[in-house]
Design a protein around this ligand. Structure first.
Ligand code: NAP
Length: 334
């Protein structure tokens, strides 16, 4: 028997533990070509909130009564597939199950990972989707030029903490926005940010951004949306690039949010605002992963993880993303 977490019902507004249900499932024996894996590290991500709703998006909604899925690193514990040996580690989008069988068809989407050089959990973060998002969002849409100012919201989170460091490597002045003084200190001490703003203790975000970015903002890497991002518009420079990577401040809104109309700001500054979805850049993944790996090996890039222990705590770890309880990548160690 193996524990599985299914979508119990769809959240309205902020999700709760009641939206998830634990069930016990029997694991069948393996057919030829299949492997059985045991989850080791589970990624919880803000975008899963979108999949808990029924509305159309770039990935299909989760079905009520079916398992939730996310990025998982798992160990092969039984194998009927010659390409996978017991003790191998794999990574991919898997069900929230302690143990599961992967068919030959599913295995096409799975890659083997090697924990001997890079810790296994990092495949869910800095050398996984998080790092790819940071690198490709910044380079493909941000098109950074040495000496420019990069502003990042959600700066102390998984993606934001990597974006800032890549910005520094590429010769930018980098300013971050995060939700506590502790996170702002971390931005500067650990992730190389030049300046930080705590949006929770700052009454006038427009002035704070002006002060932290005296030469204006050339690139805005937006992870949060909402009023923080509205305030940024007052500081954008001519030909600014605004990367809309996420909008976590709005994921739990129950009505259409109102805010500033962006058009006058974009017109006045000939600025670009573009939505970014990492999966649209798959052909660039090998190049991006190689670059991230090189920077890690050269100690130019660091990363932080908030590790929550225990399979049963996966739903709570996910909910905690909306309370800002993580620094760097939120991961559950099973
Ligand atoms: P994360 O930043 O590690 O975690 C979420 C963080 O969001 C929290 O730690 C919290 O930090 C902040 N937050 C929560 N509620 C907020 C609010 N109401 N206002 C402002 N900030 C709030 O998560 P992540 O995985 O790196 O994802 C960051 C963003 O990128 C998300 O919007 C996500 O959906 C998006 N994303 C997009 C792609 C893509 O392909 N487009 C891929 C990965 C991630 P504070 O303490 O600072 O508030």
């Amino acid at each position: 028997m193996s524990k599985t977490i299914i979508l119990n019902n769809r959240p309205v507004g902020m999700p709760t533990l009641d939206n998830f249900k634990f069930i016990s499932e029997e694991i069948k024996s393996l057919n030829k070509g299949e492997i059985k894996v045991q989850a080791k590290y589970v990624s919880v991500d803000p975008y899963l909130r979108g999949r808990m709703s029924a509305s159309k998006s770039y990935v299909a909604p989760f079905e009520v009564g079916k398992p939730i899925t996310s990025g998982i690193v798992a160990e092969v514990i039984t194998s009927e597939n010659e390409n996978f040996a017991v003790g191998d580690f794999i990574s991919g989008i898997l069900d929230w199950k302690e143990e599961q069988i992967l068919t030959a068809e599913t295995l096409k989407e799975i890659r083997k990972v090697d924990g001997s050089k890079i810790p296994l959990s990092a495949y869910l973060g800095v050398v996984g989707m998080t790092g790819l998002t940071a690198y490709l969002g910044l380079t493909q849409i941000g098109k950074p030029q040495k000496g420019e100012t990069l502003l990042v919201s959600g700066a102390a989170g998984a993606v934001g903490s990597i974006v800032g460091q890549i910005g520094k490597i590429l010769g930018l002045r980098v300013v971050g926005i995060a939700g506590s003084d502790e996170k702002v200190s971390l931005l500067k001490s650990e992730f190389g940010y030049d300046e930080g703003i705590n949006y929770n203790s700052t009454e006038d975000m427009q002035s704070a951004i002006h002060k932290a970015c005296p030469d204006g903002v050339d690139i805005y890497f937006d992870n949060v949306g909402g009023s923080i991002s509205d305030a940024v518009l007052f500081s954008i420079n001519k030909f600014a690039r605004i990367i809309i990577c996420g909008a976590i401040s709005m994921y739990n809104e129950t009505s259409l949010p109102t805010g500033i109309s962006v058009q006058p700001f974009l017109v006045k500054n000939s600025a670009l605002m573009q939505g970014f979805i990492v999966s649209n850049y798959q052909e660039k993944f090998p190049e991006a992963a190689k670059q991230l790996g090189t920077w890690l090996a050269e100690n130019k890039l660091t990363y932080r993880e908030t590790i929550v222990e225990g399979f049963d705590n996966i739903p709570q770890a996910f909910l905690d993303l909306f309370e800002g309880k993580n620094k760097g990548k939120m991961i559950v160690k099973v």
